[in-house]
Design a protein around this ligand. Structure first.
Ligand SMILES: *Cc1c(COP(=O)(O)O)cnc(C)c1O
Length: 470
C-alpha cells in the first residue's frame, strides 16, 4: 500500500470522530448531520433565525390568499436544506463537466422521470432556476434576436417575462400583445387569430398570471400552426390543476410548456416540458437540431451555469407528491374553494371578473364595488386585519399600476391548510366587511376604525388556529 495512504489511514483511525463514523451506518451519520439545522442557525445567527420564526408566526396567524403562493411539504424543505446544495457541476445527466456526479445524476434523472409522469410529457428539463428563466430558455432556444413574439399583455393578465418592454423579452425581441375582450374579460380566440395573421409572429405565448378561466391550448395551437409560429404555454399558475386533470393540458398542444415549480406547491424554480413535438427539428441560425437539444443548449451554456442540485432533488420529491391521490384531491378542492369564495363575494355585492372562476383565483373589481376604493387601499386595509392578498391591475384598468382597481385572491394555501367552502364564505364575509368599512382618503391612504380592525384580526387568528400549518 502507498505510504501516504497508510499514513492517512493511521491518522484517521486515531481520531475519535472518525472511529465513531467507521462504526456507524452512514445513514445515521447523514441524519445527524442534517438534523437540528434550525437549532444551529439559532446559535450562530440569531438575527436570521428570528426572521424565520417571525415569518412562521406571520403565516400561522394570518390568511394567505396570494394566488401566486403555495406551501411546500417539509420533505421538500428537507431536500432544499441538504448537503446536495454543495455539489457543483455543469451540463446534463451523463454528460457533466465535473467528477463526482453519480448521486446527483441519479437524482436529476429521478426528477426528470417523475416530472414526465406527473404531466404526461415526453421530455422534462428540471434545471431552470425559475419560471422566468424557463421562459428565457424557451424563447432563446426557438428564436433569433429581433424575432416577433405575440403574447398576452401584462395589464391584461399576462406575465412580465412574456414580452413586457421592461423584461428581456421586450428588449431583445419584437413583442406584440393580445388582450381579453373588453366586456367579457375572456380571451377571444378569433381576435387573437386575426392579430396573428397580421403580425406573423415566430412565437406565440399563452398562459397568464391573472386570468380566472380555462385556457384553450388547442385553439392557440391552431392559430400558431396557421401562421407558422411556435407555441409556448406558460402554465405557472395552473400547473397543479393541469397535473391533476382539473384543467386541459397543453403538453401535446404547445411546442414547449414552461412553469414555475413553487406555484403548484413545490420548491422555487422552473420546469420545461415537451410532448409530441419534443424532437421536432428546429432551425436557429444555420443549425438544425431536435427541439429538446435546442432547449438544453439554451439552458446550458446558453443562459444558466451550474444547476441547483438541492433544488432539483426537492423537485423530485415534489413531482412524486404530485402523482398522489392526496395531491389530486387538493387540486379539485382548490377550485371548489375558489368558486365558493367567488360566489360568496358576488352574493355580497362585489364585482367578480367573468362572474366567477374555473381555477384557483378570483379577480375582484373593488373600485367598481365600493365608491373610492382602490386595489392598494384594499390590500393595505385587509393586511391590517390579517388577510394577505395582492392588488391587481385589471384589463382596461383606468387606475395606474401603483394603485389599481382590482385585487386577486387565490386559494392554494388556505386549501393546503385544510380549509373548505365553509371557511371561504367566512373569509368572504370578512373581506367584504373590511372593504365596506374602510374609508379611502386619496386612493392610497385610508382610515379604518381600530375596533373593527381588532375584531377582524381576532376572527382571523381564531380561524387560523383551527387550520395550522402541518
Ligand atoms: C409567476 C409566473 C412566472 C415567473 O416565475 P418565477 O419563478 O417567479 O420567475 C412566469 N410565468 C407566469 C405566467 C407566472 O405567473
Amino acid at each position: 500500500m502507498d505510504r501516504d495512504v497508510v499514513g492517512l489511514a493511521a491518522a484517521r483511525s486515531g481520531h475519535p470522530a472518525v472511529e465513531a463514523l467507521d462504526k456507524r451506518p452512514l445513514g445515521t451519520e447523514a441524519d445527524r448531520y442534517h438534523s437540528g439545522l434550525l437549532a444551529q442557525l439559532k446559535n450562530e445567527d440569531p438575527l436570521v433565525y428570528e426572521g424565520i420564526v417571525e415569518e412562521y408566526r406571520r403565516v400561522s396567524e394570518t390568511i394567505q390568499l396570494i394566488a401566486a403562493e403555495n406551501r411546500c411539504s417539509r420533505a421538500v424543505l428537507a431536500a432544499l436544506g441538504s448537503i446536495l446544495q454543495n455539489k457543483t457541476t455543469e451540463g446534463f445527466v451523463g454528460n457533466r463537466f465535473h467528477g463526482g456526479c453519480q448521486v446527483v445524476d441519479r437524482l436529476e434523472q429521478l426528477a426528470i422521470e417523475r416530472a414526465k409522469a406527473a404531466f404526461g410529457a415526453r421530455y422534462a428539463n428540471v434545471q431552470p432556476h425559475s419560471g422566468t428563466a424557463a421562459n428565457h430558455i424557451a424563447f432563446t432556444a426557438l428564436l433569433e434576436p429581433g424575432d416577433r413574439i405575440l403574447h398576452m399583455a401584462l395589464d391584461q393578465g399576462g406575465h412580465v417575462s412574456h414580452g413586457a418592454s421592461v423584461s428581456f423579452t421586450g428588449r431583445f425581441f419584437s413583442t406584440y400583445a393580445y388582450s381579453v375582450d373588453r366586456s367579457s374579460y375572456l380571451l377571444d380566440y378569433e381576435q387573437i387569430r386575426c392579430l396573428a395573421r397580421q403580425i406573423r409572429p415566430r412565437l406565440i405565448v399563452c398562459g397568464a398570471s391573472a386570468y380566472p378561466r380555462l385556457i384553450d391550448f388547442a385553439a392557440f395551437r391552431s392559430i400558431a400552426d396557421e401562421v407558422g409560429a411556435y407555441l409556448v404555454a406558460d402554465i405557472s399558475h395552473i400547473a397543479g390543476l393541469i397535473a391533476a386533470g382539473q384543467h386541459p393540458s397543453p403538453i401535446d398542444q404547445a411546442h414547449v410548456t414552461t412553469t414555475s415549480t413553487y406555484k403548484p406547491g413545490g420548491p422555487r424554480g422552473g420546469l420545461i416540458l415537451m410532448g409530441k413535438d419534443y424532437d421536432t427539428p428546429v432551425k436557429v441560425g444555420n443549425k438544425t437540431r431536435p427541439m429538446w437539444e435546442q432547449i438544453e443548449k439554451a439552458t446550458f451554456p446558453g443562459f444558466q451555469g451550474t444547476p441547483y442540485l438541492n433544488n432539483i432533488a426537492a423537485k423530485a420529491v415534489f413531482f412524486r407528491e404530485m402523482a398522489t391521490d392526496q395531491y389530486r384531491y387538493l387540486q379539485a378542492r382548490i377550485i371548489e374553494n375558489a368558486r365558493a369564495l367567488a360566489e360568496a363575494l358576488i352574493a355580497d355585492g362585489m364585482q367578480v371578473l367573468t362572474g366567477g372562476t374555473d381555477n384557483h383565483m378570483v379577480l375582484v373589481n373593488v373600485a367598481a364595488s365600493r365608491p373610492g376604493m382602490t386595489g392598494l387601499v384594499a390590500q393595505r386595509a385587509l393586511e391590517d386585519c390579517g388577510i394577505v392578498i395582492n392588488m391587481n391591475r385589471l384589463p382596461y384598468d383606468p387606475l395606474p399600476q401603483s394603485i389599481t382597481s382590482g385585487i386577486r385572491l387565490g386559494t392554494p394555501v388556505v386549501t393546503r391548510n385544510g380549509m373548505g367552502p365553509e371557511q371561504m364564505s367566512i373569509i368572504a364575509k370578512m373581506v367584504v366587511k373590511v372593504l365596506s368599512e374602510v374609508k379611502s382618503v386619496d386612493g392610497r391612504n385610508y382610515h379604518l376604525e381600530q375596533r373593527m380592525q381588532q375584531q377582524i384580526r381576532r376572527q382571523v387568528t381564531d380561524l387560523c388556529r383551527c387550520f395550522p400549518i402541518i
